[in-house]
Design a binder for this molecule. Sequence first.
Ligand code: C2E
Ligand code: CA
Ligand code: CA
Length: 726
Amino acid sequence: MPYGKNVNIDNNIFHTYYAKVKKGSRKILIVDDDAVSRSLLSHLLEGRYEILTAENGQEALDILKRESAEICMVLLDLLMPVMDGYEFLRIVREDLQLSMIPVIVTTAKDQEEEEIRCLELGAVDFLPKPYRMELVRCRVDRMIHLRETAAILNMVERDPLTGLYTRDFFYLKVAQILQDHKDCPYDMIVADMERFKIVNERLGVEAGDRVLHYMGERFKKLMGPGEICTRLHDDLFAMFVHHSDAQRRSELLWQWDEVVPGVTIHNPVIKYGIYENVNSNMPPFGMCDRAVFAMNRIKRHYGVNVAIYDHSLSKDILKEHQILDSMEDALKEHQFLVYYQPKYDIHNDCIAGAEALVRWIHPEFGFMSPADFIPLFEQNGFISQLDFYVWEEVCRDLKAWKEEGRTLVPVSVNVSRIDFSDPHLVEKIVELTDRYGIDRELLHLEVTESVYMDELWQIIQMLKDLREKGFKIEMDDFGSGHSSLNVLSELPVDVLKLDMKFLQEGSSSKKSILGFVISLSKWLNLKTVAEGVETKQQLVALKRFGCDYVQGYYYAKPMNRQEFEIYMEEHARTEEDKRDYLTAEFQEPAVNGKRKETILIAEDSEMNREILKSMLEPYYHIVEATNGKEAYAYLKKHADEISVILLDMMMPVMDGFQFLKKRSKHKEMDEIPVIITSELEEDSDLMALKLGADRFIGKPYQQSLLLLSIQNMIKWKKVRKSDKKK
Ligand code: C2E
Ligand code: CA
Ligand code: CA
């Protein structure tokens, strides 16, 4: 039992069996066509055992089938009418459950040949006729004692933690069920709790035990007649059930909806693998293997919790073996190539970086995508070697580009979760960049969101360490899991890489989440990269939301080193180009000598204020008010200092409408342009404009739109002022 101590559980079979033994209600079945022999034996054993009798094999079989659980021994005569002892033995031997009941054969003296035949048929001992009282008693008692000890051992083999069958007993039972119900379709389902090890590590073995016990109970309750389940090992459970319709299946494949008393687990998920309509000629462990195989394919796929075994997968197994056999040579022979996919700065269309993505040019299978081999390497740990190889290739390329005087952009490499099991990871990365003389800022590390979700202290510490040493950390596939947004600010991250899913499904709810996430990351001072950008529409939406960088086929596919070098020559822009691009639209306000223009932000949400500030602060001086009243009070004293007001309409104490009304009564205030920065709701824009606002900018804010609006407002205000003077 790999996990924990024994939990006190009611192990039904064990207890009923034990109670039976204690009460002395063990039954012995005497089978003999001779009435005298029957009564003799009965008489001899009465008192200590309960006696049942049968006159022939057939009758005995009937009794046995009815009461097999109670009968602890059979005394069998060989020569009988209807069904003789040999036939009886043969039938019993074929039946898993019946064959566990010991049979002692009663024979005439010196019948060696007969005895051998019976032993072959499964009898355990002999009683020579005529019966000798002492001998009969001794042999029966001894045999029953032996059996009970063995039986008790067997019973203990029931998993004490969950009370479910042990793995071996489960296999035995599966074989038996299939034998008895040859034409019934059955499914083998395995279930595994994701990240269970963390429960054990973080909450302790006792909590882990409680979770397993709870899971066992739930699986047990789901079993119908003729269905069984087991804990195979650790947190891996198996159910052998009738092939079922969708309704029943959805019952079987439960997820954590309730909480285990006293155990808090974050987002617990159970992954299921199903081998449907099992081939009954296959040994039960093979069935489990197939279900596990299916399940392993969806490990760490967020949102996919059930996988069904597909026969075509067996072919994949073969390929997998070949892949695993050839991986080490492949590394030595440089069959792995690094491809680069550019990342663009969304604001000025310049290449801002690249992601290194590995490819395998396999001598037999040809070009292979990471999806074909990375999951395998993650399972067997080879990924760490491969990742290090890729990082080194990237450093080598960066060094060469530097020496050749090419434009350098930061390159992101992928860091697998497995890599963090190496306690020297940080030193190794530092040593690598030092050895190639690479500026640490040029190596970005992409770490998948799920690594953070595990919240393993050691990993977070390593990432902090790397970040302090100057490497930029990007959280990959953000949004594919369920990281809690509220811990984001505490994690060592510089960049959020938004999962492609955000873009793929064009539903408006997904879009609004996208907008929210981008706003949030601005507030947290994180840059955002959107990956998988394929269309112009996606790009426009991302621009509107204020995303910083984009990566995707719309711009460029991953390409090999030579292609990437040519691409960079053609597309990379100089710093000068970049400046031209920005100034073409927005002219940085001149500050030489004069003070900066001041913008008043009236907005109750701190997050929105921060976002606006982050967009404006490089160019303007900012004053903040958290409601209309504060803004009004400030303006009464300082109206002449404010160039533009950014006004939210929904605020406590005094909202935007009230503010606009009050403002209209003061000449100096009334001259300051107002930009409404509220959510567009029904007539609110119309109302605001009627009350004298000048412009409306909806959320999420787009920096260039905001800057240009302010710029034009200020220009216009000045024009108006000078007009008035004339
Ligand atoms: P990822 O880190 O999420 O990488 C982005 C994947 O999206 C890449 O797939 C890239 O080719 C693909 N992609 C880029 N733009 C688009 C687009 O516009 N549309 C679509 N549909 N896809 C796009 P790729 O190269 O097949 O890599 C798959 C995954 O394999 C990567 O996902 C990453 O998790 C893993 N991987 C790749 N190279 C390495 C490596 O060197 N080490 C490790 N540990 N993992 C790697
Ligand atoms: Ca990546
Ligand atoms: Ca990704």
